[in-house]
Design a protein around this ligand. Structure first.
Ligand code: PAF
Length: 291
């Protein structure tokens, strides 16, 4: 695996591969890699000739009181894991390479209709930071396809939207959510959970799964389901930030006419803010069918 920190060296290698007609798959990450990231790398590898991974802890997507400084950085283990997964190139730029003019963002990319809802409501500016850095990375790597985890569902929609709106010539692939054996979605921030919190954490997925089962069985009282889900989380010791039933296509407010839904949620547990979601295909509305 070649490790590159410099933009000119990255461009030279990509140009060589492109010249040879090779298809390039890309997985952007912030490092501290776990099984979920490695599945995304496998997904990219299975669809391309060359696999590029980036590790860049992006300051622009962290709020002033968030964990940018303490975000786990596990460089040696990450390099070993990526080599073992046949990554061809690891791009690991410094902050000054991606933001040469210093701290403040000069040009930003924002997707207004997704910016301020759900995770965006609790993390002002977060998605502008994500959209801006992903646009930079896609411009630098110029991949044929890029893989993003479905766990960060809102992030995936932000990226799909910006790629469409800016006519970027890249296919965006949503990689399946990787879960621990008890259902907890794999996340770098699971490292913040103490033993007792780790035991409680699977309640997030269990709650979403239970609501999804009810929707799939025909339940139509979304408000009651959401209230019940929040109660279930609190009983397990998690404090919901949000739990909602939304349209899967665009995260708009769901109505009983919608059949493709997603239940996204974020909940606080100790130092960790866990996020997860479950997608649901519910039966077309039947006035008699509330289960
Ligand atoms: O999901 C992440 O790890 C980050 O938000 C991303 C996409 C690498 C952008 O910094």
């Amino acid at each position: 695996m070649q490790i590159v920190t410099d933009i000119a060296a990255l461009r030279a290698r990509i140009a060589e591969w492109r010249g040879a007609g090779e298809r390039i798959g890309f997985v952007p990450t912030m490092g501290n890699l776990h099984g979920g990231h490695l599945r995304l790398v496998e997904e990219a590898r299975s669809r391309s000739d060359r696999t590029v991974v980036s590790i860049f802890v992006n300051p622009a997507q962290f709020g002033p009181d968030e964990d940018y400084e303490t975000y786990p950085r596990t460089w040696t283990a990450d390099c070993e894991a990526l080599s073992a997964h046949d990554t061809d190139l690891l791009f690991a730029p410094g902050v000054e390479a991606l933001y040469p003019d210093g701290g403040g963002l000069r040009t930003t990319v924002a997707v207004p209709e997704l910016n301020d809802i759900l995770c965006g409501a609790s993390r002002p500016g977060h998605f502008t930071g994500v959209a801006t850095v992903v646009t930079k990375l896609l411009n630098l790597v110029q991949p044929d396809l890029a893989v993003f985890g479905l766990k960060d569902y809102q992030q995936l929609l932000v990226i799909q939207r910006l790629v469409r709106d800016l006519h970027l010539p890249v296919e965006i692939v949503g990689g399946a959510i990787a879960r621990e054996s008890d259902g907890l979605a794999m996340s770098s921030r699971n490292a913040y959970l103490g033993d007792d919190e780790r035991r409680r954490a699977p309640a997030l997925y269990q709650t979403l799964r239970a609501l999804a089962d009810r929707l799939e069985a025909g339940a139509t009282d979304f408000e009651a389901l959401v209230a019940e889900g929040c109660r279930q989380l609190r009983r397990a010791g998690l404090e919901p930030d949000y739990l909602e039933i939304r349209r899967a296509a665009d995260l708009g407010i769901a109505t009983t006419d919608d059949t493709a839904l997603v239940i996204p949620a974020a909940a606080y547990l100790g130092r960790a803010r866990l996020i997860d979601n479950v997608r649901v295909r519910r039966p077309a509305d039947d006035p008699e069918g509330d289960a």
